[in-house]
Design a protein around this ligand. Sequence first.
Ligand SMILES: Cc1cc2nc3c(=O)[nH]c(=O)nc-3n(C[C@H](O)[C@H](O)[C@H](O)COP(=O)(O)OP(=O)(O)OC[C@H]3O[C@@H](n4cnc5c(N)ncnc54)[C@H](O)[C@@H]3O)c2cc1C
Ligand code: SF4
Length: 498
Amino acid sequence: MIRTGKEYIDSLRGRKLNIYLFGKQVEDPVEHPMIRPSVNAVAATYDLAESNPELASAISPYTGERINRFLHIAASRDDVVNQNKMQRRLGQLTGTCFQRCVGMDALNSLHSVTWEIDEAYGTGYHQRFLNFVKFTQSNGYVIGGAMTDVKGDRSKPPHAQADLDLYVHVTKRTADGVYISGAKAHQTGCINSHWMIVMPTIRLGEADREFAIVGAVPVDAEGITYVYGRQSCDTRSMEEGDLDVGNANYGGQEAMVIFKDVFISNEYIFMDGEYDFAAMLVERFTCYHRRSYVCKSGVGDVLIGAAAAIADFNGVEKASHIRDKLVEMTHQNETIYSTGIASSYQSTQMKSGVYQCDDMIANVCKHHVTKMPYELARLAQDLAGGLMVTMPSQADLDHEELGPLLDKFLKGREGVDTRDRLRILRLIENITLGRNAVGYLTESMHGAGSPQAQRVQIARQSQLDYKKKLALRLAGAAGEEPDEDFEEYMARVFRVET
Ligand SMILES: Cc1cc2nc3c(=O)[nH]c(=O)nc-3n(C[C@H](O)[C@H](O)[C@H](O)COP(=O)(O)OP(=O)(O)OC[C@H]3O[C@@H](n4cnc5c(N)ncnc54)[C@H](O)[C@@H]3O)c2cc1C
Ligand code: SF4
């Protein structure tokens, strides 16, 4: 079993993946300077499990062994809560996306969905799925979650697209399995994974039956091409020196994954044609994933720290408006965390036995995430000052004649090394404009669904009729009594634990 970060990095060596970056094939992604920071971020998930097993690992009921929490099926409310605690900690340690939550959330949602498909249709998906869980746990693998199709014309369902490949679909069936074609966009950590789980991305109808496919494929399967996604300022990691990168050790990773007749063996197929369960899978996955975004509160801790440090280095730490802005940043950051962890604490047990977090509060968490990191970034840039975007390069700082001049003119308060001041500015740039702004800002907007997707879910669960009745009663206006037999979200709100 892969246990340490080093063992994980070694497990990625020598694989034959068809990866393109800058129009050329990448022979050795592990040692590529633009890719390596993303590998290091995943490695941190293994190292945390070693250094803090209570937080980042669990005992598997399937193998009896201690396994990484990212592979654990939540068997209690505490398990769901601990996912969030681990995610915040990893955000603090890496300042970026550590890539393993999509797989964790896919595994947990498939536990209940495969069980319920079997219940409805007498299929055998759940046992196959459990076998796959045991297999990944025994090996300590990284699992990618491939949900988002490229989607073409967003107003049309998959079967009505001009090109059917715009959604991943089954192209051929044999007695041993199926072949799929299509493409998945924005795939987090796919090249750093060992296996990925392919899933539909939207509610499907009967005419979309061939798009209702869920299956696990090894990332080096024949027929897969990866096209590496660019991140702002990414080529800085190919330059000399580490100062201009801002966060030299850690970064995220996204790529487009193109499938051309990729084979999925029967034993790894967890849905095939049950189109009426696609919406359930999407909703349960996004429910977990929308509160997984507490990872941003860990990155937010780093950004708040950087903002406080630059204010200190500039000699303005005690100014009242600076202190107030740091309080505002903290307030917003903790709002993200509070809603995520509340969703996890409100978990309920599904028929399959897995615990699922609260859907309403998970959506509220993710909706905050579409806004608050932008405000934290704005405040951090306010405290940073303009030098964050106008400062010279490390090469200028290292220049024999320029260096001493820049050291003199870019000084902050006495006692602070000029380079430390510049390093903190580069870190703020990295999180708010550079490589890690991909994860901290735009992924906060769109990852796990764009803002409107959360508003739809919040609207569905807002129970307005019940709330109207509450208001009418108190106002003494005509109306029915509110039903105290609580349903849906309210039932979860008023559930009393004994
Ligand atoms: C950094 C990053 C990492 C990601 N990682 C993963 C991953 O690991 N796995 C994965 O599966 N996905 C991943 N995603 C994908 C994410 O879930 C999608 O970005 C998200 O679902 C939005 O889809 P889209 O990007 O295609 O945007 P679009 O669907 O093009 O949305 C753009 C806008 O159009 C609106 N819109 C879209 N469709 C409609 C419609 N039918 N009617 C009205 N308005 C509409 C949206 O609300 C939005 O405002 C990641 C995304 C990012 C940015
Ligand atoms: S963005 Fe956050 S939740 Fe998503 S995979 Fe990265 S670290 Fe995990």
